[in-house]
Ligand binder design. Structure first.
Ligand code: ZN
Ligand code: FE
Length: 255
């Protein structure tokens, strides 16, 4: 039986995600922005929370952990990180570890840059990538704790996943990301198509997530920092991809 994935808004622009295994009835929440909407979604579906898979220590991803763990006795899985910034952790994971959610398997990729502890979860059989604040649709996270080469390496780790994998990211930032990306690649046909789609979805009050990784590879300028045309658009011909990526990130920060 295939896994079921539900997405719902949390806080101002976060997404909550539930991944449910019909075979074992296990259910994982990817991060826990706040408890109430996650408890409501569980109630709506008639599912019981067994696991929280945490991506990084920012408050808008861990704020609901304590209440959810207390109310459901679920297991909390979090990045291996000595700082202890994430409360109530039962299992710490690192690159290459595989987490079981019932009979579902989630592979851990370390994707530092936004924070040093940031990890992403890949459900290979479900063709689903949960990248939180590393990779957004047509964008990427701000680089708060790492540096640009580190974040670029993390994006490359995600970019090698197959085109038919779906990206589930931490925030609904797509419209603003599209606006910025068009300033760099106004003639990118895949980006223009995505811009139309995003405008249509947002006008209808619908999420722009999930999105296909294959589409992101064509339309997300942050995944295209090693395209000569992107370097040229930034007047950085001959610069390294990490430098091009850094310039993109700086411009986005100021946009
Ligand atoms: Zn964050
Ligand atoms: Fe966030």
């Amino acid at each position: 039986m295939a896994a079921e994935i539900r997405l719902f808004p949390c806080l101002s622009d976060n997404y909550g995600y539930l991944v449910h295994d019909p075979a074992s009835k296990a259910t994982a929440s990817i991060d826990a922005p706040e408890a109430a909407p996650i408890l409501e979604a569980l109630e709506r579906e008639g599912w019981t929370l067994t696991d929280i898979l945490v991506t990084h220590h920012h408050h808008d991803h861990v704020g609901g952990i304590a209440e959810l763990r207390q109310k459901t006795k679920c297991r909390v899985v979090a990045p291996h990180d000595k700082s202890g910034k994430i409360p109530d952790v039962d299992l710490r994971v690192r690159q290459g570890d595989v987490v079981k959610v019932g009979s579902l398997l989630a592979r851990v990729l370390e994707t530092p840059g936004h924070t040093l502890d940031h990890i992403s979860y890949v459900f290979d059989d479900e063709k689903a990538l949960f990248a939180a604040d590393t990779l957004f649709s047509i964008g990427c996270g701000r680089v708060f704790e790492g540096n640009y080469p580190m974040m670029w390496d993390s994006l490359l780790k995600l970019r090698v996943l197959p085109d038919d994998f779906r990206l589930y990211c931490g925030h609904e930032y797509t419209a603003a990301n599209v606006k910025f990306a068009l300033t760099v690649e106004p003639d990118n046909a895949a980006l223009k198509a995505r811009a139309d789609e995003v405008a249509r979805l947002r006008a209808a009050g619908k999420p722009t997530i999930p999105t296909l990784l294959g589409e992101e590879k064509k339309a997300n300028v942050f995944l295209r920092a090693d395209e000569p045309s992107v370097a040229a658009a930034l007047r950085l011909k001959g610069a390294s991809p990490a430098e091009v990526f850094g310039e993109l990130r700086e411009r986005k920060n100021k946009s």
